[in-house]
Design a binder for this molecule. Structure first.
Ligand SMILES: [Zn+2]
Length: 175
């Protein structure tokens, strides 16, 4: 989808929102980032099928979507995010453990940037006056995270309603 079209689509969704947004925010703030990721956020595009999806396929009522749906699509791609246990532990640490300064060290492809995107998105939609800044060397990572936010705010009317401007453009200038 062309960027402008995506922008129009999201503006249309914004108009059609009739959920009680404050109730919605309170609900997901209490539910926390893990449930927010696993029961609300859609899995971003280009995620490969889950290796055991046929065994794990279930159908249940989903609170985030307010309807019954399967855990995986026809190709085995999860509908919502599935977090490995270590990632859940990490979220518990920063959510409930009172940790305020985080230094994440993990191998390439471990999902550091993705976890950051989930955490930021959850904070952005549930906290008042929450802003995110990326500086210096992390600009590349910032762009990746911005893509996640843009995807979620277009796919989810509530997220689109709350995060009405994606992060200000990230410049390419180097210091
Ligand atoms: Zn759902």
């Amino acid at each position: 989808m062309h960027n402008d079209d995506a922008e129009k689509l999201y503006l249309r969704k914004r108009k059609n929102l009739n959920a009680d947004i404050e109730e919605w925010r309170k609900y997901w703030k209490k539910a926390g980032p893990i449930r927010y990721a696993e029961e609300y956020l859609f899995c971003p595009p280009k995620v490969p099928p889950h290796p055991d999806w046929k065994k794990l396929q279930t159908e249940a009522y989903c609170i985030g979507c307010k309807k019954i749906h399967k855990k995986f699509d026809k190709k085995g791609v999860p509908i919502h995010i599935i977090l490995p246990q270590e990632h859940k532990d990490f979220f518990m640490d920063i959510w409930k453990g009172g940790i305020r300064l985080v230094l994440i060290s993990a191998g390439r492809g471990a999902g550091k940037t993705f976890d950051l995107g989930i955490w930021e998105n959850w904070r952005l939609v549930t906290e008042d006056y929450y802003e995110i800044s990326y500086m210096g060397g992390s600009a590349g990572q910032g762009k990746v995270v911005q893509k996640y936010h843009d995807y979620w705010r277009r796919r989810h009317p509530e997220v689109g309603y709350i995060i009405n401007v994606s992060t200000k453009s990230i410049s390419n200038r180097s210091c």
